[in-house]
Design a protein around this ligand. Sequence first.
Ligand code: PLP
Length: 371
Amino acid sequence: MDRQILVTRSSMPGFDEYCAEIKKLWDSHWLTNMGVEHEILQRELEAFLQCPHVVLYTNGHLALENMIAAMQFPKGSEVITTPFTFASTTHAIVRNGLVPVFCDVNDHDYTMDTEKIEALITEKTVAIIPVHVYGNMCDVERIKEIADKHNLKVIYDAAHAFAVKYKGISSANFGDASMFSFHATKVFHTIEGGAVCFLDDSLVNTLNDMKNFGIRGPERVVFAGGNAKMNEFQAAMGICNLRHLKNEIGKRKRVAERYWQHLEGIKGIKLCKPQKDVESNYAYFPVVFDGYAANRDEVFVKLGENGITARKYFFPLTNNFECYREYPTAGAEKTPVAAFLASHVLTLPMFADLAMEDVDRICNIIIGCGK
Ligand SMILES: *Cc1c(COP(=O)(O)O)cnc(C)c1O
């Protein structure tokens, strides 16, 4: 069998580069609790993301969960979100005692269908939590109009959208807040890690309290916070990875272009078109098999037989999870476009060091499935 190709492969700085960065930690013995690496990474991200406030977290999920908690919505309030996402988005809503109301996605960039939001708004609705799926930007302008009209908060799950820009503006600058994940599989990572980004000065203390037991000073605890701090080794990995990010995204772009060369124009294969005014990070390469000679699952199996892992991302939809079966809003049949995508989409291997020959091999297998 040919060499295995996984769906993703974490970017890593040179070993010596990372060692040089963590050398300081052997000098200081300061390993966590907002040390120098944490401070440097935070400042660098505020500059990179062009956002006044970045609060770092040990992972993206807790960043989102805390951001929602910081908004202090009454328990039982409704939050409009989409089911075409990773478990984290919906879980973060539910774990805050709020009710997810599932809005369908559109069929061109797979983000929340803004035409369908207003029909879901009730007197209990407090927020919209859309997802910049695959790094595609949501219709941030329309979502802002709707949120302003109905006095709703907007928190973006921007886990896929690090370094993406819309009309030259960083993805961190839309809505009331955005959450980024720096998990090892993401375009930019800190091994595990995440952040929330926002404009409102008054949220800084709240979020810092939430991630560190509510400890405000040596003898002052102001809030029953949890623990979700990013440690120094994570921050050091982020500092190193940020240096290479532009180059990594450039390499991902070449992979994406190679896929397009092979797969564009084949009947029954639908590729996700680049969005107008959006500078992409090439986080994922989704392909929808709709009317192709082989169906999604057949292509998935065939790739697997050849040592290639593609991913049914996202399948199942979160509104079909067994843990949400009892929710009145559950059920994939209520979000037909998302349901169609979940059963027809594959994300193909996508990472900076994916060799062009491997992209060729992957595409030849997919094309072979159609013969
Ligand atoms: C990765 C991811 C998360 C969660 O991030 P972690 O850093 O793994 O906790 C949330 N939402 C989406 C869409 C993701 O892809």
